[in-house]
Write a protein that binds this ligand. Structure first.
Ligand SMILES: Cc1cc2nc3c(=O)[nH]c(=O)nc-3n(C[C@H](O)[C@H](O)[C@H](O)COP(=O)(O)O)c2cc1C
Length: 456
């Protein structure tokens, strides 16, 4: 039987996320990113569409590589201003009962101790619907904002390894499952014998005590990861439960998913312990011709400057310094190596110039845009999933919430009719959507289950 397609909604608590300039479109409500009603309505829409999760991206500094300043990012509202995603979740959780929430937090700039509690708190309040997108922060502006020099790319992952060890100790080991007794007779709320300081002493972190929060329904939130470099994939294959890849075509995606699943096996996990999704944007109308017209109309609002701003942050390369019509050459970067590789060497059939990149990325960012009727878009999604051996999509948008509503109202029913999207949730926690009903906790082969309280 063809496998279920998991749906995630790729979003950000900012006006501009992947598609630049689209906040100017008359139908766009992107500027309402700071309005709770907007998010509450969106959460309801996504749960109606049986989405596994809303996935909220985050960065800790502006995109200031393009033109050497944050001006273009500010002018275009590209991922700035950006609010703190954590603070939106309780409101969205209060109007839904199944939708999951995948939240981005940096293992480079956060500290494990308070972050463990923030996730435990939300996992309690949502009754087990929280995931953590672990990022290693590619923007130099974030390093400057934290007053540190940027760590080399691979060392950021070494630091993330230790960050996770601390988190697993706090979540999985510092409280026994039955530590909270709430025994009115004996006057014992928590049994002190069942709470254990972790006494972690490491290269990057020393954490003495136990988690401030008691164990939550999932204990460890579902681990999401999107590292794509070879070091990033190794990290993702070891820890990730929900993984995201960014690719330009479905054939390239098969090689990447194969590699990740093989690495997961080498790390003692099963090939399908990792649920892998790709980012897609869909522009939908009743017919293919109308959708094409709609896409062309969207393009009138899209901003090439905003796209180059995004590319600058992703790739570390300032396109303002290049001839806009000469093909870009391959190179090394301390930012996202694979984004640069995608446009320089992974697809030899196309030579990308800065002008091509600006045009391509202005709607949907790096990843492809599907344009067509609900049937055409559903066909394409099935093709992507099956050719790429993927488990789901991370749906981005150009005009919000219009494109997301159109997807929920037209493409989801089509995929449900084909038996590819579930008609109802199976399970209640986010981890159950990946691992099956009853599996609220990390699998026994996951490194978070295996870490020892006393190991560094
Ligand atoms: C779907 C997706 C979402 C991502 N979201 C974020 C994000 O919100 N914040 C961030 O700093 N990086 C984000 N990234 C970047 C990756 O997590 C990772 O840091 C980046 O790809 C660099 O690692 P790599 O060189 O191993 O690929 C995202 C990547 C993808 C594909």
């Amino acid at each position: 039987m063809a496998k279920r397609i998991g749906l995630h909604a790729f979003n950000m608590t900012a006006a501009g996320h992947q598609s630049s300039g689209m906040w100017r479109h008359p139908q766009s409500q992107a500027a309402r990113y700071k309005d709770l009603d907007y998010w509450v309505d969106l959460a309801r829409t996504l749960e109606r569409g049986r989405f596994d999760s809303i996935f909220l991206a985050d960065v800790l500094g502006p995109y200031d590589v393009y033109g050497g300043s944050p001006d273009a990012a500010l002018r275009n509202g590209m991922q700035i201003p950006a609010n703190d995603p954590f603070q939106y979740v309780s409101a969205m959780a209060s109007v839904t009962s199944r939708l999951g929430f995948a939240l981005t937090a940096s293992a480079t700039f956060e500290h494990p101790y308070p972050l463990a509690r923030r996730f435990s708190t939300l996992d309690h309040l949502t009754k087990g619907r929280v995931g953590w997108n672990i990022v290693t922060s590619y923007l130099p502006s974030a390093s400057r904002n934290f007053g540190v020099s940027a760590l080399p790319h691979d060392e950021r992952y070494e630091m993330a390894e230790e960050f996770l060890t601390v988190m697993y100790k706090l979540w999985e080991q510092s409280w026994d499952d039955d530590a909270v007794e709430v025994d009115r007779e004996r006057g014992v709320f928590v049994n002190p014998d069942k709470v254990h300081p972790i006494r972690h002493k490491g290269r990057y972190f020393d954490v003495d005590g136990f988690n401030m929060a008691e164990p939550s329904p999932q204990k460890t939130p579902v681990i999401f990861q999107a590292g794509a470099s070879s070091r990033g994939r190794r990290f993702a294959a070891r820890h990730g439960e929900g993984l995201f890849v960014n690719v330009l075509n479905s054939k390239l995606s098969r090689a990447i998913t194969d590699d990740i699943r093989t690495q997961a096996e080498a790390a003692g996990r099963k090939r399908d312990d990792v649920s892998i999704s790709t980012i897609l944007t869909a522009v939908i109308a009743d017919s293919d011709a109308e959708a094409e017209r709609k896409y062309r109309e969207y393009k009138e609002y899209a901003s090439g400057e905003g796209a180059m701003t995004l590319f600058g942050g992703f790739s570390g390369l300032d396109l303002a310094k290049f001839d806009k019509d000469s093909p870009l050459a391959a190179g090394d970067t301390n930012a996202i190596q694979t984004v640069l590789d995608l446009f320089t060497k992974l697809d030899p059939s196309k030579k990308w110039t800065p002008a091509d990149i600006a045009d391509h990325m202005s709607i949907g960012g790096v990843e492809p845009v599907l344009v067509g009727s609900p049937e055409t878009v559903a066909d394409e999604i099935e093709r992507w999933i099956d050719e790429g051996d993927l488990d789901g999509i991370n749906l981005s948008y150009a005009v919000t919430p219009h494109d997301i509503e159109a997807f929920v109202d037209t493409v989801v029913p089509e995929l449900q009719k084909r038996g590819r999207v579930w008609k109802d949730y199976e399970g209640e926690t986010l981890r159950e959507y990946f691992s099956g009903p009853g599996n609220n906790r990390l699998s026994p082969t996951h490194p978070g289950s295996l870490v020892s309280r006393n190991a560094d």
